[in-house]
Ligand binder design. Structure first.
Ligand SMILES: C[S@@+](CC[C@H](N)C(=O)[O-])C[C@H]1O[C@@H](n2cnc3c(N)ncnc32)[C@H](O)[C@@H]1O
Length: 220
């Protein structure tokens, strides 16, 4: 088996700047329009009611689609980038969900919400940017109610290189492609994540991998 290259850390400030956030929004909007935002996996795990927290929502489509596909649900989000929050708030208005969602600037490592507050926590594509995932996993445990569920998904660095190439050439707009490759290079392998999880209260999580990523899910 080929040796896996070490992680190349991408950023510890999140996605900033008008060009970067607009390009990211265009990519995610296109995926949303094609029905490729993976909200159904979160709902299939039983995250379908109450108050949820999303970490690193970016332009917000995952959470907004979750609100659209569930009833009587509410969402709070913690996002490091002010620029992303501006786009997410604009998108929330377009969905007509401003009374169901709140975006707060902050970090996964210091979640700006109280203990035992959420029925669920979910996040996609953000983990590889967190400077200290162990701290973030402790925080996820802290803000979850007892019996609350968590669902964390991200890319994985050890995906098949042909798959990485396939993803790259199919990513639109094409300006997003360098960012996609740097995200893959910064992403964790399943084995690396298990080592980190084992040092946190999320150690009983189910960790699985698919063609392009990893999923971490469990119950407090
Ligand atoms: C690659 S984007 C993923 C956006 C969205 N979740 C999705 O599925 O498309 C990663 C997001 O996480 C945010 N982020 C990065 N580090 C963070 C941290 N430590 N705490 C909170 N948000 C963070 C970035 O600003 C960015 O909006």
């Amino acid at each position: 088996m080929a040796k896996i290259k070490p992680r190349i850390i991408e950023t510890d400030e999140g996605i900033q700047g008008d060009f970067n956030v607009t390009t990211y929004d265009k990519m995610q909007r296109r995926l949303r329009d094609k029905g490729w935002i993976e909200t159904n996996r979160i709902i299939a795990f039983g995250i379908d009611s109450g108050l949820a927290l999303e970490i690193g929502p970016g332009p917000g489509y995952l959470g907004l689609e979750w609100l659209k596909k569930t009833t009587n649900t509410h969402l709070k989000c913690v996002e490091i980038s002010r620029d992303m929050i501006e786009i997410a708030e604009k998108n929330a208005k377009e969905y007509n969900f401003i009374d169901r969602v709140e975006y707060k600037q902050g970090k996964a490592e210091v979640i700006p919400f109280s203990d035992n507050m959420f029925d669920a926590v979910f996040t996609n594509g953000s983990l590889h940017e967190w400077p200290d995932p162990m701290k973030a996993f402790n925080e996820i445990y802290r803000v979850l109610k007892k019996g609350g569920k968590f669902f964390i998904s991200d890319l994985r660095r050890d995906m098949n290189p042909f798959m990485a190439c396939f993803l790259k050439i199919n990513s639109q707009p094409k300006e997003i492609r360098p960012g996609l490759i740097s995200s893959i290079n910064a992403a964790y392998t399943k084995e690396e994540i298990v080592v980190i999880l084992n040092k946190t209260p999320l150690k009983n999580a189910i960790v699985s991998k698919n063609m392009i990523g990893i999923e971490i899910k469990g119950i407090k």
